[in-house]
Design a protein around this ligand. Structure first.
Ligand code: GDP
Length: 528
């Protein structure tokens, strides 16, 4: 007898884990992602005697594997199975690609893995991405990487996480030595040691122990390191936070794991623990009330639209996160904003380079839809209902430029381009309020300007010129006492696409001054 849909949904939702890795460039995100993906198949580099040899050829091996299995770490979404779970990793683009896109991708994740370089600690981009996750209250798991190198004291790192990010942390394991002295980690929950051996630390031996005082560890690590371990863990037992699952779920406490991605050390334990603790797709808020992933009616929303980078295909891909119900190829759904039924005929999945056609997918999964220009970021698709998910955050642009068209005759094309690219959500457009009609673009990351210039030319045949402005902040302003004449020094008043007033400021001081002068005016970071 075949399973009922509701039973199938329950099972599929239960095993799904959809997350993003957030980090500053160079912390090792690519490396960690590769290692995680390797667990998805029969290939295992860790825990085997061959590990060392395999590691030496990691890059070329990886490329070969990539070819064979069609996985690409440059994909936007990667899916694999491990220990009975179906895992979706969402890629958050690196430094130069940093944009609103990055933020929006995070709305599609149910949890996040924060990757920190043991020597560098909490870095700028990690802070930004963390804040987005914290705002949503999703669980955040921390992996402190590059333990094979000399790094900072673990206590100091935990303190930094708390000071800078405002989240308490609870170490799940603890390093025994570091850098050249590193010989393993002690797993506080399972009460076992994971031992590193060999020059590249890649061979792992796992041994159950009584607790961290166990003489087995002393034998392995020597007196000095074992004394240090005991001292540190005693301190943690007394002064550290206790593991509290509810707090983890609310994003108030982050479980911390130490490891070395490149040596595949600590990665498997991390993955196992993570899968156990990380949430499955949960209820999402919508305009129609809470939507349970096991609801039989299909719902989902678009969180990212990407132009095809392959010039042979001019189509765009819209990334849809499934929120409830079962997706089946060829099904008809309602495009809620447009009020139209559409058929999802050619859904794509991003695991494979040659874009597998997806036959079915479940809540937590991401599918790619061919987009002939009908989708916008935030659009909902559903079976029957008028549901929309109000999770699309908009962010305050931080970089601004005045845009002019080189050939005035192309104005119509230019307008079309600006409209479409704004709809994709990576740039915001503003208009000067003065006598001259001036268009100002605002973005979160510099690369968006380059992409804008390139795409205007490639897709709309319009050459634009961008003049970088010195503004750093945008605030949506409203209130009866709003006085446009007060935005002249180090600031400018503009309107957004809906006609709302937005004040641009060159610096924090100018912004504070304006706030002080107009106490009755509200200053918000995003559009109302
Ligand atoms: P991403 O920019 O965050 O994707 O970082 P990558 O994965 O490209 O790694 C940046 C650099 O750090 C590369 O040279 C990696 O080989 C190196 N790296 C990554 N993980 C480790 C680690 O555990 N130990 C050491 N020593 N180097 C690492």
């Amino acid at each position: 007898m075949s399973k009922s849909l509701s039973e199938q949904l329950k099972q599929e939702v239960e095993k799904r884990r959809t997350f993003a890795i957030i980090s500053h460039p160079d912390a090792g995100k690519t490396t960690l992602t590769e290692k995680l993906l390797l667990f998805g198949g029969a290939i295992r580099l860790a825990g085997t005697v061959k590990a060392r040899k395999a590691n030496k050829h990691a890059t070329s091996d990886w490329m070969e594997i990539e070819k064979q299995r069609g996985i690409s770490v440059t994909s936007s979404v990667m899916q694999f199975d491990f220990n009975g779970h179906r895992i979706n990793i969402l890629d958050t683009p690196g430094h130069q690609d940093f944009s609103e896109d990055t933020y929006r991708t995070l709305t599609a994740a149910d949890s996040a893995v924060m990757l920190i370089d043991v020597a560098k600690g909490v870095e700028a981009q990690t802070i930004k991405l963390f804040q987005v996750c914290a705002k949503r209250g999703i669980p955040i798991f921390t992996f402190i990487n590059k333990l094979d190198r000399e790094g900072r004291n673990p206590f100091e790192l935990m303190e930094e996480i708390e000071q800078v990010l405002g989240i308490r942390s609870v170490p799940m394991n603890w390093p025994i030595g570091m850098g050249r002295e590193l010989c393993g980690v002690y797993d506080r929950m399972k009460k076992q040691v994971e031992q590193f051996q060999g020059d590249d630390h890649s061979v792992i031996k796992v041994e159950k122990v009584e607790d961290y005082r166990d003489p087995v560890i002393r034998e392995m690590a020597g007196d000095y390191l074992h004394d240090q371990l005991c001292e540190e863990l005693e301190l943690l037992d007394v002064a550290g936070d206790e593991f509290d699952y509810e707090k983890v779920k609310r994003g108030e406490l982050t479980p911390v794991f130490f490891g070395s991605a490149i040596n595949n050390f600590g990665v498997q334990t991390f993955l196992e623990n993570f899968l156990q603790l990380a949430p499955k797709p949960e209820i999402r808020q919508s305009t129609e009330g809470p939507v349970d992933p096991t609801d039989e009616k299909f719902t989902g929303y678009i969180f990212k639209i990407q132009a095809n980078m392959n010039p042979a295909h001019r189509d765009r891909i819209a990334f849809l996160r499934i929120c409830s119900g079962k997706f089946e190829r060829g099904m008809s759904v309602k495009h809620v904003r447009a009020g139209k039924e559409i058929k999802l005929a050619q859904p794509q999945q991003f695991l494979a380079q040659d874009r597998d056609i997806v036959q079915e997918a479940f809540p937590g999964d991401i599918i790619g839809l061919f987009d002939p220009g009908i989708f916008r970021i935030g659009d909902s698709l559903s079976q029957g209902s008028e549901v929309t998910f109000d999770e699309m955050p908009t962010f305050s642009p931080e970089i601004f430029a005045r845009v002019t068209v080189k050939n005035a005759l192309k104005h119509k094309q230019y307008q079309k381009g600006v409209d479409q690219l704004t709809e994709e959500g990576t740039i915001q457009v503003f208009h000067a309020t003065g006598v001259f009609d001036e268009t100002i673009l605002g973005v979160v990351g510099q690369l968006q300007f380059e992409v804008f210039e390139y795409r205007m030319k490639a897709e709309y045949g319009v050459e634009v010129q961008l003049l970088r402005l010195t503004y750093q902040f945008a605030r949506w302003v409203a209130g009866a006492s709003l006085d446009p004449s007060k935005f002249r020094i180090n600031s400018q008043l503009v309107t957004d696409k809906n006609g709302n007033y937005v004040a641009l400021f060159e610096n924090e001081y100018a912004m504070r001054t304006a706030m002080d002068k107009m106490p009755d005016v509200t200053f918000s970071e995003t559009a109302p």
